[in-house]
Ligand binder design. Sequence first.
Ligand code: CMC
Length: 429
Amino acid sequence: MSDKHVKLTVPEGKTAELPIIEGTMGPPTFDLKTLHRDTGYFTYDSGFAATAACKSAITFIDGNKGVLLYRGYPIEQLAENSNFMEVAYLLMNGELPNPEQYEKFDQEITYHTMIHEKMRALMKGFQYDAHPMAMMVGTVGSLAAFYHDWMDIEDPEHRRLAAIRLIAKMPTLAAAVYKNSVGQPFIYPKNSLNFTERLLHMMYAVPAEPYTPNPVAAKALDLLFILHADHEQNASTSTVRLVGSTGANPFACVSAGIAALWGPAHGGANEAVLNMLDEIGDVSNIDKYIAKAKDKNDPFRLMGFGHRVYKNFDPRATIIRKACHEVLNELGIDDPQLDLAMKLEEIALQDDYFVSRKLYPNVDFYSGIIYKALGIPRNMFTVMFAIARTVGWVSQWLEQYDTPDTRIGRPRQVYIGPKPRDYVPLDKR
Ligand code: CMC
């Protein structure tokens, strides 16, 4: 914190002295808390383009340089050397675990993976073709019904346990959602497997025969989960924080986060990218679709391209692009959609429209191609994202509780509706 101020004088002559808050890194920020009190003015910032809604020590992004740090550690180093469980511990607790802490954390997650049997009955109520994200919103929210009465939201240990339960149970729910869609029996979590192997086992094993998860697939999923684990105040995380600011049950908060993630402008983009590649179909059609993306009268956008924060390569996309080639090679898959995606990227990155607006491929441009290679159905892609992002959601939710100046989130508005007018009875209208 610095003692620097910005002085802002409004046309009526009133002045506000706004303290400047400086974080450890990133742009300086005015604290607007006293602005309305001292001047009568609000600020308007549609989409929060320049507004910080919280202080956080979890994730740092420099969008101009393409930098992403979890608790100070560069994403490239974590992707190369760490694993998802360790990253989950880091994001939740602030430091990398020592071997005992790692073991204990991994065990705690492993022993909280089961879901109440009544959840299975709830799952069976959904149609076989229900979208998995719709089921995830419903079932994760329903977990609140199993973990509410005992929970004292003011007790840090209760909050920590809720966070552990959410991380642990998401893969079990995700796999159950998938099994529901293919009409197969649910498979229980297997404690001898690691986090991603266990997920693959619950998704693909059947009671009739043994199933060994493919280590290449498990490793690829682990990498994708590291890359998706947190991304500071994105739409779904901000949703979790906003709902959390009311003191709501954490399972309900995360359910709201899942709903926000589902949209194609956010986590739904991975599914939308493959739909788009299907629609483009062939390299010969790329120019036509680039023209559509540039046409302001056409709603078509290049999915997997552009980002609110990154005005340079999304560092996650760079890692995923490389992994995509490696995974397809190791699995012996030749996917023409990868060639199409690469050609599309090449052409877009030479086009002045994309260059001048600093639109680069984002994390979702290549992730769908990896998920597809792992046999994960398209409508489950965003569910995979949700499993990983749960770590970020719960870490940010925990941090919010530990931040002294947290208040209920309550944005203001610029009212553009009618001025006061008198009610006209129905028979006079
Ligand atoms: N295709 C064509 N034009 C685009 C695209 C795109 N994908 N993205 C942005 N633009 C244009 C946009 O029309 C605008 O042009 P102009 O200045 O002429 O009006 C300019 O670039 C700035 O875009 P914006 O909509 O103001 O940017 P934003 O920060 O509000 O939106 C975004 C960011 C990610 C929603 C947007 O880039 C987009 O819709 N991308 C496609 C969807 C996507 O890939 N989403 C995944 C994001 S990363 C993972 C995640 O968050 O979950």
